[in-house]
Design a protein around this ligand. Structure first.
Ligand code: AMP
Ligand code: MG
Length: 336
C-alpha cells in the first residue's frame, strides 16, 4: 500500500471523505491531536483502525460528530447536564461517556455499553465529518503506545504503509487528547484530563471529581473507568525519569546521574545542564500541552536512551500534561 500526505484543501477533504464512505481509514487533524477515522457504524471499517494502530480490542474509540443533534442518535439516557456541557464546551477538546445506542457496534465501544462522544472544533475535522454524513470513530493516529501525533509528519512516521491518506492540517493547537468525563451522582468524573479543565467544568457541573487513574497507576487486573489508562502509553523509546523539584535540585540530580546517551527534557534552555543535550517543552501549561508529544518524538529521533524530565505543575491544563508525562515515564518519578 502507498500512503499519500494530503494538504488540507477542500478537494483533499473530499477525497478523504470518499475513502471513509467506502469503508476505509484516513488520518485527519483535530485541535487536540491527529485522529485515525472510520465510519463509527461500520464494524469492518472500525476493525481497520484497530489493525492499523495495533490497538487492544478493549480500548474504546471516541466517536466524533459535527452537529449536536447527532448525540441522541449515538447515545441514550442523556442527562440534562450533558446538554449543558455540550452547549458550553462543544465544539472543543471535550468527550462525554454515555450509554451507547444500538447503532454503535461493540467494536467501536471496546465492548462497553457506553460510548465516548466529542464534537471537534478543527475546521478540517468538521468538514470531513459533515461530508461523510456519519459519525467518525477516531482514536489518536499513532501506533498503540507511542506518543500521539500533533503533525502530519508524525502521523506519517507511524502510519506510512498502513493507511491510504493523511490530511495535512498543520500543527494541532491543544497538542493533548480531549478531556474525557463520565456522569455520576448529578455531576461528572474526569476519566482523562485535557484541554477542558476541572475549573472550567466546575462552572457548569455541580460536582467534578478527578478519577484516581488520572494521577495514579491503574493495575492491570482491574477494569479501569477509562480503559486507555491501563496501557503503557505516550511512551518514547527512551526511559524517562520524571524529576520533581526546584531547578537547582534538578540540575544536581542530572549532574550526579548523567551518562552517555542521556538527554534533558526541560522547560527552557536556562534549566539545561552543561554538556547534556536537551529538548524544551515550555514553561506555561498551555505551551507544555502543545509541545510535549512533539518533544517526546524529537527525543526518539535524536536517539535518546534516557531522559531526565522536569516535572510540570498540575494546575489547569497542567494536570493533563502531568497525566501524560507520568505515563511516558512509566510512573518513574524522583523528588529532589
Ligand atoms: P484515544 O482516542 O486514542 O485518545 O483514546 C480514547 C480514550 O478515551 C480511551 O482510551 C479511553 O480511555 C477513553 N474512552 C473512550 N470511550 C470510553 C468509554 N466508553 N468509557 C470510558 N472511557 C472511554
Ligand atoms: Mg490514543
Amino acid at each position: 500500500m502507498t500512503t499519500t500526505v494530503l494538504k488540507g484543501i477542500e478537494m483533499y477533504i473530499k477525497l478523504a471523505a470518499a475513502e471513509i464512505i467506502g469503508g476505509g481509514v484516513v488520518a485527519f487533524p483535530t485541535e487536540t491531536v491527529y485522529g485515525l477515522g472510520a465510519n463509527a457504524y461500520d464494524e469492518a471499517a472500525v476493525a481497520k483502525i484497530f489493525e492499523a494502530k495495533g490497538r487492544p480490542a478493549d480500548n474504546p474509540l471516541i466517536v466524533h460528530i459535527c452537529d449536536k443533534s447527532a448525540l441522541s442518535e449515538i447515545c441514550t439516557d442523556i442527562p440534562e447536564l450533558a446538554y449543558k456541557l455540550a452547549d458550553r464546551f462543544w465544539p472543543g477538546p471535550f468527550t462525554m461517556v454515555l450509554p451507547k445506542s444500538d447503532k454503535i457496534p461493540y467494536i467501536t465501544s471496546g465492548g462497553l455499553d457506553t460510548v465516548g462522544v466529542r464534537m471537534p472544533s478543527h475546521p478540517v475535522a468538521r468538514q470531513l465529518i459533515s461530508l461523510c454524513e456519519t459519525p467518525i470513530a477516531a482514536p489518536s493516529a499513532n501506533l498503540s503506545g507511542s506518543p500521539s501525533p500533533t503533525s502530519a509528519r508524525r502521523v506519517f512516521e507511524d502510519m506510512n504503509g498502513r493507511i491510504p491518506y493523511i490530511i495535512d492540517g498543520g500543527e494541532c493547537e491543544v497538542g493533548l487528547e480531549s478531556t474525557v468525563v463520565a456522569f455520576e451522582d448529578g455531576g461528572v468524573r474526569i476519566l482523562r484530563p485535557g484541554g477542558v479543565t476541572k475549573e472550567m467544568l466546575e462552572q457548569v457541573a455541580p460536582r467534578v471529581i478527578i478519577d484516581e487513574g488520572v494521577t495514579g497507576r491503574v493495575s492491570d487486573d482491574i477494569r479501569p473507568a477509562s480503559p486507555g489508562m491501563k496501557y503503557k502509553h505516550y511512551a518514547p523509546k527512551a526511559e524517562v525519569i520524571l524529576v520533581k523539584g526546584s531547578v537547582e535540585g534538578y540540575r544536581k540530580y542530572v549532574e550526579k546521574n548523567v551518562s552517555e546517551g542521556d538527554f534533558c527534557l526541560v522547560f527552557d534552555a536556562s534549566d539545561a545542564v552543561m554538556g547534556v543535550p536537551y529538548v524544551e517543552y515550555g514553561h506555561d501549561p498551555r505551551t507544555q500541552a502543545h509541545m510535549l508529544f512533539e518533544a517526546l518524538r524529537e527525543l526518539d529521533g535524536r536517539g535518546a536512551h534516557r531522559v531526565f524530565a522536569r516535572c510540570p505543575d498540575k494546575n489547569g491544563i497542567g494536570l493533563a500534561v502531568y497525566n501524560r508525562i507520568l505515563r511516558a515515564a512509566a510512573f518513574n518519578i524522583v523528588e529532589v
